[in-house]
Write a protein that binds this ligand. Structure first.
Ligand SMILES: NC(=O)C1=CN([C@@H]2O[C@H](COP(=O)(O)OP(=O)(O)OC[C@H]3O[C@@H](n4cnc5c(N)ncnc54)[C@H](O)[C@@H]3O)[C@@H](O)[C@H]2O)C=CC1
Ligand SMILES: O=C([O-])CC(=O)C(=O)O
Length: 358
């Protein structure tokens, strides 16, 4: 027999209460058994990961993929909307991570306490005709608030910042942490992995290779000309015609816009971004575990150029970014690109710094 509406609502409320650890009520589960009475002892080994913005276009597939990661023992899903549903859904996956949902600002601190890694895809995405910088006015405040929570509740966590404009939101995060006295440049990483994922894909397509075997360093930042693929350093070693270089550079720099236009107002890259974020988060977790030789590109506090932040290859380890690789030998085409990238990046960085110190 179908349950009536009030029965359904009561069941939903009961399940939501069980999924929400901040609710200490003595409610009994749908089958008369309380969660705390179950024999499972989740969360004993592995890392604790929080996703802030977990109910969004990136957040949901990211949460699903992180639930599949065997290095994750506890997964906290925080958003200002819809986390009870996303949490209920994902918590039914038969993988080890214990999933808990947190809804609204008043549960932010609870979501963050004890986390080893915090991934932030919170904020608004672009629509056709917008630049990433057009998102600054809304996303800067969101990132600032979330980072204040991190400084207070898990100052030692590694932070993977996805929210755009990354070129400015990472400096915002750094300033928030500096003000709180918790800034550790090794632990704050702006996510540029999608640029690498795209570069690998497009280069493999041009060369007729398997994308997984291609490794393209992408340096600079994460917007337009600040995205600088180093095609002279592609592995396996290869050469390109000038036409191929123009095509690839343009496609990699404008990959985000390609998706924004194809989605025609329904947002920006979400699925490929979730894939890239999980690839990067997994690298961070393997680094935290002590695995050797993990190198990925990320936008970090850096001395490889005169700018305070720059994306380049970094080696990840137990304390986060353990080494920042130099840019290596650039050809003339890349040197020109680097100058353009630095000019735009300097402005975006200053904008982020001023936002916090205004
Ligand atoms: N770094 C990169 O390579 C990429 C970055 N992005 C950026 O990621 C961000 C998110 O994109 P989508 O997931 O597509 O957007 P979305 O709008 O689908 O999801 C964003 C989520 O953030 C939540 N949110 C808003 N304010 C919040 C707050 N104060 N605290 C916690 N959560 C909050 C919303 O409720 C929503 O669920 C955008 O800024 C987008 O530009 C997108 C693709 C690639
Ligand atoms: O283009 C956007 O707005 C989203 C993004 O950062 C990307 O897809 O690279």
């Amino acid at each position: 027999m179908e349950a009536n509406n009030s029965q359904v609502n009561q069941r939903i409320a009961t399940i939501a209460a069980h999924l929400n650890p901040s609710n200490n009520s003595q409610t009994v589960g749908p089958l008369g058994l309380e969660r705390r009475d179950c024999r499972a002892k989740g969360g004993s080994a592995g890392f604790k990961v929080a996703i802030l913005g977990a109910a969004g276009g990136i957040g949901q597939p990211l949460a699903m993929l992180m639930k599949m990661n065997p290095l994750v023992s506890v997964l906290h899903l925080y958003d200002v909307v819809n986390t009870p549903g996303v949490t209920a859904d994902i918590s039914h996956m038969d993988t080890g991570a214990v999933v808990r949902g947190f809804l609204g600002q008043q549960q932010l601190e609870e979501a963050l306490i004890g986390m080893d890694l915090v991934i932030i895809p919170a904020g608004v995405p672009r629509k056709p005709g917008m630049t990433r910088d057009d998102l600054f006015n809304i996303n800067a405040g969101i990132v600032k608030t979330l980072c204040e929570g991190i400084a207070k509740c898990c100052p030692k966590a590694i932070v993977n910042l996805i929210s755009n404009p990354v070129n400015s939101t990472v400096p915002i995060a750094a300033e928030v942490f500096k003000k709180a006295g918790t800034f550790d440049p090794k632990r704050l990483l702006g996510i540029t992995m999608l640029d690498v994922v795209r570069a690998n894909t497009f280069v493999a397509e041009v060369l007729g290779l398997e994308p997984r075997e291609v490794d393209v360093p992408v340096v600079g930042g994460h917007a337009g000309v600040t995205i600088l693929p180093l095609l002279s350093q592609v592995k396996p070693p290869c050469s390109f015609t000038p036409k191929e270089i123009d095509y690839l550079t343009d496609r990699i720099q404008n990959g985000g816009t390609e998706v924004v236009e194809a989605k025609a107002g329904a947002g920006s890259a979400t699925l490929s971004m979730a894939y890239a974020a999980v690839k990067f988060a997994d690298a961070c977790l393997r680094g935290l575990r002590g695995d050797a030789g993990i190198v990925e590109c990320a936008y970090v506090a850096s001395h490889v150029t005169e700018l305070p932040f720059f994306a380049s290859k970094v080696r990840l380890g137990r304390s986060g970014v353990e080494e920042i690789h130099p840019l290596g030998l650039l050809n003339e085409y890349e040197r020109v690109g680097l100058e353009k990238a630095k000019k735009e990046l300097a402005v975006s960085i200053q904008k982020g710094v001023s936002f916090v110190n205004k």
